[in-house]
Each structure stands twice: as C-alpha cells, then as structure tokens.
Ligand binder design. Structure first.
Ligand SMILES: [Zn+2]
Length: 109
C-alpha cells in the first residue's frame, strides 16, 4: 500500500531544488554579507537543476530572486523598493548587488 506522496515523479530532484533554495535563503538572511556569493551559488544550482529536469520553480520564489545575480531580494538589505505612480502604480525593485531593476505592476484591489 502506497501513500499519495510516493507517486510524485522526480521526487528526489524536487527535494534537492527545495533544499538548495532554502539553504540559499537561510544563508542570505542569517550570515554576513561575505557569504552572499554562496547563497547565489545555491540559487543558481537550484535553477540549473530545475531547468535540466524540466521542473518549474514556483512563481513566488522567482519574484524574490534577482534574475541577473541569483541573489535573494530582501527589502532594505539586498534590494531597494520604490513605488512609482506614473501611468498606474508600479513597484520598482533594485538589486543592491548588481543594480538590476525589476518592475512589477501593482494589483488592483
Ligand atoms: Zn542582482
């Protein structure tokens, strides 16, 4: 008799990707800034593993990772967040490490 969790395809790859993303987040939050490249390395490895195995990383995680340097974007620490109200309201998130700019349109409530 097998449970529902035993039937997940690519379970080992998904758990590896999850571990790498969590390790990257922990290093980014709790360690000194000198270890930020290690966090980026973990995130890059998780992205590479997901791309090779055709596993999608959740959109909520993609939103908080810089596309250029693979660093977690934490407001006030590794990212600067601004709100711009020209032709609608936008969030502008700037990475403090590589100065990559990400724009996101605000959801209408
Ligand atoms: Zn960056």
């Amino acid at each position: 008799m097998s449970s529902k969790t035993d039937n997940i395809p690519k379970r080992d790859l998904i758990s590896r990707i999850n571990f790498l993303l969590q390790a990257g987040m922990l290093i980014n939050r709790n360690c000194p800034p000198s270890l930020l490249p290690l966090s980026s390395l973990y995130v890059r490895e998780a992205k590479s593993c997901a791309q090779k195995s055709l596993v999608k990383i959740d959109r909520s995680i993609k939103r908080i990772v810089c596309k250029n340097c693979n660093c977690y974007l934490i407001a006030g620490y590794t990212a600067r967040t601004r709100v711009k109200t020209r032709r609608g309201t936008y969030f502008i998130v700037t990475c403090n490490i590589c100065s990559h700019v990400k724009k996101a349109k605000r959801k209408v409530i």
